[in-house]
Design a protein around this ligand. Sequence first.
Ligand code: GUN
Length: 291
Amino acid sequence: MTAQIIDGKQLAQKLRGDWKQRADRLNALGIAPGLAVVIVGDDPASQVYVRNKIKACREIGIRSDEHALAGDTTLDTLLALIDRLNADATVHGILVQLPLPAHLAQAAVIERIAPEKDVDGLHVRNLGNLLAGHAHFVPCTPAGIMEMLKSTGLDLRGKEAVVVGRSNIVGKPAALLLLQAGATVTLCHSQTKDLAQHTRRADVLVAAIGKPRAISGEMIKAGAAVIDVGINRTPEGKLVGDVDYGAALQRAGWITPVPGGVGPMTIAMLLCNAIVSAERHAAEQGISLNA
Ligand code: GUN
């Protein structure tokens, strides 16, 4: 069997076309969708991600303001910036690129973002709404994973879904979304005993581990849909996922490539959340989007 490749780049491009139309409509009505992107320090990977997010915003007509702060910025300074962005009516979304330098308490920073501007969906209120089944903003990577699974045409109801990785940003919300879609979900993590025993049962396997090629071919059920969230750089400088891609191609039903899989979808879903936030703002102003 040769797996079908879920081309995240192509799918993201298609979705972005729809969202550009929505951004155009907002701009025409005098509501310029605005996203503030905050980056602290000079982590090279974060700088690349932020650059890509800003470029994607520009391409579809979202105004993005980058706030690049020095690595030794204090918590008070960062919180004061977030307070200003919360109060700025031209800013519809606030994204603080993670991870933050170790001296900044990540939870305190995320909790300071107004939940209605938290386009990353990481504020406890947004995570709580997701848990309760009425999400306001869904975190971008898990939302992108669900779009990729939707593109396969698979009916998730009753399927065995195994998520490897329990972060607030990917693993936990992905497990909740799969559960809401009717899958039977197992959430594995670094303390899971005999990981392969779980992954081999998975009709849908989401790997968000952060270890190059941690999922080997034998760990994949024949015909499974495999979503590889990992982006790891090998000592030779090559980008690889958490899944052994070559082996997965031989065994899986569907596989996402790295790069060009989940990464572009994360950015696409960020754009979606930013547009949705601006549309909600327009509605609050009594501006009709259907005129
Ligand atoms: N770092 C890696 N992925 C993400 C993301 O989706 N959002 C933010 N804010 N930081 C990240």
